[in-house]
Design a protein around this ligand. Sequence first.
Ligand SMILES: O=c1ccn([C@@H]2O[C@H](COP(=O)(O)O)[C@@H](O)[C@H]2O)c(=O)[nH]1
Length: 236
Amino acid sequence: MTPAEIAPKDRLIVALDLPSVDAAEAMIARLGDSVTFYKIGYRLAYAGGLPLVAKLADSGKKVFLDLKLHDIGNTVSQGVESITRLGATFLTVHAYPQTMKGAVEGRGSSTLKILAVTVLTSYNSDDLHAAGYRLGVSELVEARAQQAQVLGIDGLVSSPEEVGALRKIVGHQMHLVTPGIRPAGSATGDQKRIMTPGRAISAGADYLVVGRPVVEASDPRAAADAIQAEIAQALA
Ligand SMILES: O=c1ccn([C@@H]2O[C@H](COP(=O)(O)O)[C@@H](O)[C@H]2O)c(=O)[nH]1
């Protein structure tokens, strides 16, 4: 699917960062037809949430499994091969060459799309240097995007700040998926590279990942509807 073919409503991915399957199912019910795409990450996956992947897929929703795998290539490959049977649309791995190569091997010809996490959106260049990296955020994101493209990765996770530069590198062949989304006035939390939904779409992001601004809102459905409206306006 090219970016132009993605339905506006499918561009919002709500992160189900909730403590239990019951809490996640209650949130899904509250959000109803406002949300078509959900992300399952550490919190829910380690609280018994993996069976929810098939359940959501069977109900017509899409699932982004955000497990951010990183291990020796053989282990990543075998893990991804198991994950191909769960019914997810997207799976994340960290953008290290051996990891990405293993993930592409494990994905094989299945419909699962592998997204490489370039640099976490809670990091700035000082954080990278403190972790021992020589490159700053934009240089590392771009270097990893080039490696991901060569290795056959399907998409990239970055902040919306890097999307313009990434498009020039990967064109429209890869999905650009952006967390670090904050509607105007919402709390930043631990995110450091952020943008509003409308600005992220205008910058060229294909998908926006939003967690706390929706699931911790007093009215999650109203929060999701407001983001959907901002996305639609930016695309109009
Ligand atoms: O670079 C990354 C990669 C993944 N995430 C995940 O996205 C959501 C964002 O949640 P918010 O509450 O909207 O901050 C969360 O599940 C992260 O694990 C990311 O933020 N940055």
